[in-house]
Design a protein around this ligand. Structure first.
Ligand code: GRF
Length: 214
């Protein structure tokens, strides 16, 4: 079975990258990580990639505009022949330069139930707001900050004795299940996008499908 090559873009720990690497260690998983790119040389995720035998490179943004940086990303991603790009703790806002090279093929994970709490520190924002349910969202990336069409969400309770860190840790466990699940859908061609309306074939081979429009 030929697998769909994907890239994962990181800036830090890379625990979501690890979840994707672990999933793709199964030869039956439909995607394989062909390339890991980081904007930071000290990202621990680079080490995770190398341990898994995956090419891992730093592309520094020093002195580059956002567009020039994304053009450098596109050059490397295109040379790597990847079909999908997964942002996983990649702490940069991407531009149309990247998005137009991979139309509706850039995924992101966010530690909150979007559209609530976009931007930095989503879990902490949720904790401060006093919500009783929190979670994570995988979405397609558009030009806004965490505004693209939602593909899947996972929910966790907020406990009375939580602080921002314990809540973020609980959300992260959901992230690690959610991202490989959505990447499987992507690699199997089960995500269909029409403008901002997304249909996902949750039950392949059956006539039912779940429309997630908003
Ligand atoms: C995660 O909480 C993710 O949702 C957010 O940044 C964090 C990255 O964590 N975008 P890691 O680097 O995958 O451990």
């Amino acid at each position: 079975m030929s697998r769909v090559p994907v890239a994962v873009l990181i800036s830090g720990s890379g625990s979501n990258l690890q979840a994707i690497l672990d999933a793709s260690a199964d030869p039956g998983f439909p995607a394989e990580v062909a390339l890991v790119l980081s904007n930071r040389a000290d990202a621990f995720g680079l080490e995770r990639a190398r341990r898994a035998g995956v090419a891992a490179e730093v592309i520094s943004s020093r002195g580059l505009s956002r567009e020039a940086y994304d053009a450098a990303l596109v050059e490397r991603l295109s040379a790597g022949g990847v079909s999908w790009v997964c942002l996983a703790g990649f702490m940069r806002i991407v531009t149309p330069t990247l998005l137009s090279a991979f139309p509706n093929r850039v995924l992101n994970i966010h530690p909150a139930l979007l559209p609530s709490f976009p931007g930095l520190h989503g879990a902490e924002q949720a904790w401060r707001a006093g919500v009783r349910l929190a979670g994570a969202t995988v979405h397609l990336v558009d030009e806004g900050t965490d505004t693209g069409p939602i593909l899947a969400q996972g929910v966790v309770p907020v406990h009375q004795d939580d602080d921002a860190e314990t809540l973020a840790a609980r959300i992260l466990t959901v992230e690690h299940r959610l991202y490989p699940m959505v990447l499987r859908w992507a690699a199997e061609g089960r995500i269909h996008v029409d403008g901002r309306s997304v249909t996902i074939d949750l039950f392949p081979g059956e006539s039912t499908s779940l429309a997630l429009g908003f």
